[in-house]
Design a protein around this ligand. Structure first.
Ligand code: SAM
Length: 214
């Protein structure tokens, strides 16, 4: 039987390095964070397979490759403050917290947010701050952010997230006309009123539900 370490090694070698993930900080973070601790016990054996897994309330923990890809696309520095929309299991927040200075994460479903907070506390992550609310409004109290990542599919880029992005900041977000099929966008704030958008790849996320979402 393969051990957790062996499965994690396969994930790093085949699903991350074997594809196009290159940033050593991202690889290190993905190696450090125990994905099996973020899923139900009966799914732990599949924690390092390269696909999403069900968490509670009809939501999912994203596939490892997509977590790594989106994290790399944020171009993080160790001093960055990051806003994540869609805490889910807390896994992506944990990965981000290994690279950036602090992570602010917003989840609309209270049960998921509570479970994620307990899990992150138990695992000893101290630079992650959680909030229950509608992430389409961002989390203005701690803005501006150096990077913002949205882990649910939006119909368009929410206005509040553009406003809460600092100058030079990067926003990575799945956007699409269908609530289950999107294009991953990276929006850079060049100046107060100057935003540049790049199209990265096709993705499939659960919908971003809220006042400025679905
Ligand atoms: N990042 C998560 C992880 O690592 O487990 C996976 C996130 S899951 C694909 C998407 C999450 O976005 C769900 O937990 C869902 O409840 C949440 N979500 C959807 N709309 C939201 C909103 N407006 N504000 C905050 N969270 C939202």
């Amino acid at each position: 039987m393969k051990t957790v370490n062996h499965r994690r090694d396969i994930m790093i070698r085949e699903h991350l390095l074997g594809r196009d993930i290159r940033d050593p900080a991202v690889i290190r973070a993905m190696r450090e964070v125990p994905r099996e601790a973020f899923v139900a016990d009966e799914l732990a054996a599949f924690a390092y397979d390269d696909h999403p897994l069900d968490i509670a309330e009809g939501q999912t923990i994203s596939q490892p490759y997509i977590v790594a890809y989106m994290t790399e696309a944020l171009e993080l520095s160790p001093t960055d403050r990051v806003l994540e929309i869609g805490t889910g299991s807390g896994y992506a927040a944990a990965v981000l917290s290994r690279i950036a200075a602090s992570v602010y994460t917003v989840e609309r479903l209270e049960g998921l947010a509570r479970a994620a907070r307990q899990r992150l506390e138990m695992l000893g992550y101290t630079n992650i701050h959680g909030h229950v609310g509608d992430g389409t409004c961002g989390w203005p109290d701690h803005a501006p952010y150096d990077a913002i990542v949205v882990t649910a599919g939006a119909p368009h880029v929410p206005k509040a997230l553009r406003e809460q992005l600092g100058i030079g900041g990067r926003l990575v977000i799945p956007v699409g006309a269908s609530s289950y099929l999107q294009l991953l966008l990276r929006v850079r704030r060049i100046a107060e009123q100057d935003f540049r958008t790049e199209e990265l790849c096709g993705v499939r996320f659960v919908p971003l539900i809220g006042a400025d979402g679905w």
